[in-house]
Design a protein. Structure first.
Lengths: 576, 104
């Protein structure tokens, strides 16, 4: 009940602050001009707030508990992505004054038609990224209230769509900055207390030693909502709703729905798709094969490193920096803030192995962050901390999902919905797009219940890295890029990445390396997309036109009267 | 008439293009150096951990060294690279500014 109150408070605060912020912004007539007074620290907190999603809050620890320490490459990549953004994109893109990738593509290549293509890719990426946020919502609400999974998905989908449609969350920096500190506090406080707990934990062997996860001294009781297919790594007795049974070592069984109880110290059975690992195997961040194989790790690092710059809801935020150097200062601070946040999920992943082994039975390891406080401290203390993490999780997917919905609605209503329109029509289209755009992700989230949040987010990064990353890098740094090269490269990258992901879903078993590449195709799709863009642009050379004006706008330092000075920023976007 | 580098740039003459491309190349070079530094340090990590399984038996603060290495130390490293890069990039822009608009 405390948790429900905390969630409602966070949701209410987000909507309230958003609406209040819009009123504030209207009085200054221009949202963007208003936000130019914002300091790099505020901006950085806002970017981090929008970035830290269900994948960071719940997914990392969940995947770490399930697969092992290989999941720890995720936060590394999520953060390193901002280094790539800093080194190659932040300052030039801010100077150019384009604040969506579609704007950038159209203005840099002087080709209006590429805008439509970029818009389609934006929708794909945002779709892939929205699904795990909604999944997180369904999961959290279910954990807290016992409501069925679909209730949370539908509820949060509706709240976010209505919120965006009503004009709340429209790039309000202060709301997002607030969300960052809220999330960091919510994950840090229980983690610090848990670390103290870890010092006195006797079950260290199950974490890093030779042992498999076991039921505690008092045995273990697990509620199974539906029949559950499990594998018993060791022989043990068990009972479901009082009906006793015995499983042999390595036996695969389908347990009926009901209350599974295991005797004290029994090795817990694991759900389908999970491999029982000894603490030692579990603690290895890289293995020669399997889900932590080097191919997979490198592919994941590449996707996250290069994919961050292509996330549609993140780039928009950089526009609130006054100039290029400020964009750089902001990015440096983002790295610091993310480093602070990512120090903590690892604590949950490791302790979950010992304190909530029942999640191995149900396979719902994505709930580990939500479950851990109450498992560690039964009673009021645990309940309060549990409410805190639930509220933090809600802040995580509310902020990310709202940011994504703004991008989706903007893309549909502005880039894809053709035809002249006045301000009133535009606003109506934006609202309709926000309400309509949420339908597909909600439907997909209902289907994708069994997939890990981190895996789903990994796809969004792979897609962004295979499409917008080459477009941005080549567009900013290479004058030879042509519209045709960019277009064909975008299509190639998008088709390769999505094709591999869906093929991976369809193919059940296969060679481990092939599987790893299908789950995380970046290591192939990114170089191919780059190569295609360069090759087609080179072949297109006769039709190339000088891009001096664009290069000047991208790279000339401020204060020289060259390029676009900050206050003319809108010129490029409005040039259409 | 005496044309300054600024005019050349603003009028997009051949000379102006030369100045601009020199700046872009310098910036790209700097970014690449930072990227290679990052790549050498972080990119080598997975391979190093794979090839040195013995690290698994070394414990730091109660945690196996490989987990410890990837969970915390890379982050300050990112920040250090970022700070150094941002400083150098600003300096490059400053010298470009001096070239274009010499202050006497």
């Amino acid at each position: 009940m405390i948790a429900v109150g905390a969630i409602l408070a966070v949701t209410g605060a987000t909507i309230g602050l958003g609406l209040y912020g819009v009123r504030l912004a209207r009085t200054t007539s221009d949202l963007f001009v208003a936000s130019r007074a914002i300091t790099p620290w505020w901006n950085a907190a806002a970017i981090s707030g929008e970035y830290l999603s269900a994948a960071s809050f719940l997914g990392i620890a969940g995947l770490q508990m399930k697969l092992g320490s290989g999941a720890l490459w995720l936060p590394l990549g999520f953060t390193a992505g901002y280094l790539a953004l800093l080194l190659f994109v932040a300052a030039p893109l801010r100077r150019f004054g384009a604040y969506t990738i579609s704007d950038f593509a159209e203005a840099r290549l002087r080709a209006p038609r590429i805008r439509v293509l970029a818009a389609v890719v934006v929708l794909l990426i945002a779709g892939f990224y929205l699904v795990p946020q909604l999944k997180g919502a369904g999961l959290t609400l279910g954990e807290v209230t016992g409501a069925p999974y679909w209730v949370g998905v539908l509820a949060v989908g509706a709240v976010v769509a209505l919120n965006v449609a009503s004009g709340g969350m429209r790039g309000i920096t202060y709301v997002q900055a607030f969300q960052y500190w809220m999330k960091t506090f919510a994950i840090a406080l229980p983690a610090c207390l848990l670390l103290i707990h870890l010092g006195g934990l006797p079950e260290r062997a199950a974490m890093f030693g030779q042992e498999l996860p076991r039921a505690g001294d008092a045995g273990l009781v697990v509620a199974l909502d539906e029949p559950q297919r499990v594998t018993f790594p060791e022989a043990t007795a068990y009972a479901v709703d009082g009906v006793a049974g015995r499983a042999e070592r390595g036996e695969e069984l389908t347990l009926p729905a009901g209350e599974l109880s295991l005797p004290p110290d029994a090795v817990v059975p694991v759900a389908e798709g999970i491999e029982a690992q000894t603490g030692e195997d579990w603690a290895r961040p890289v293995e020669s094969s399997g889900p932590s194989s080097p191919v997979f790790v490198y592919s994941l690092l590449l996707a996250t490193f290069l994919g961050t710059m292509g996330l549609p809801h993140i780039l928009v935020r950089f526009y609130t920096n006054p100039d290029g150097p400020a964009a750089r200062r902001t990015t440096v601070r983002v790295l610091g803030l993310l480093a602070l946040f990512y120090a903590f999920p690892v604590v949950y992943g490791a302790l979950g192995r010992v304190l909530v082994p029942e999640l191995y039975v149900t396979g719902a390891t994505d709930s580990v962050v939500l479950r851990l406080p109450e498992a560690a401290w039964p009673g009021l203390g645990g309940e309060l901390l549990g409410a805190l993490v639930a509220a933090g999780a809600f802040a995580a997917f509310m902020s990310t999902a709202s940011g994504l919905m703004v991008s989706v609605a903007g893309t549909i209503s502005f880039d894809l919905w053709r035809g002249a329109a006045g301000v009133g029509t535009r606003r109506r289209r934006f609202r309709l797009a926000a309400l309509g755009g949420v339908v597909v992700p909600v439907a997909l989230a209902l289907v994708a219940r069994g997939l890990d949040i981190s895996v789903l987010v990994g796809w969004a990064f792979a897609l962004a890295a295979s499409t917008f990353c080459p477009l941005l890098l080549l567009g900013i740094w290479w004058e030879g890029l042509t519209a045709r090269g960019a277009a064909i490269g975008l299509v190639t990258g998008a088709v390769l990445a999505t094709g591999a992901i869906f093929a991976g879903l369809a193919l059940e078993d296969g060679h481990p390396t092939v599987n790893a590449l299908l789950t995380q195709p970046a290591v192939i799709s990114v170089p191919v997309a780059f190569a295609v863009m360069v090759a087609v642009s080179l072949a297109d050379r006769p039709r190339r036109r000088a891009a001096d004006a664009e290069l000047l706008a991208l790279h000339a330092p401020e204060g020289l009267g060259l390029g676009l000075e900050p206050d003319e920023g809108e010129v490029v976007s409005a040039r259409t | 008439m005496n044309r300054t580098p600024r005019d050349e740039l603003a009028e997009a003459t051949e000379h102006g293009g030369l100045y601009l491309r020199r700046l872009i190349r310098a910036q790209l070079g700097l970014s690449t150096v930072a990227l290679v530094t990052f790549g050498a340090l972080v990119g080598a990590l997975p391979l190093a951990l794979l090839l040195l399984p013995g690290l698994q038996d070394v414990f730091v603060l109660g945690v196996p060294l490989p987990i410890f290495i990837i969970a915390w130390p890379p982050f300050p490293l990112f920040i250090a690279i970022a700070v150094l890069y941002a400083r150098r990039a600003a300096a490059l822009e400053e010298s470009f500014r001096d070239l274009v608009e010499p202050r006497d």
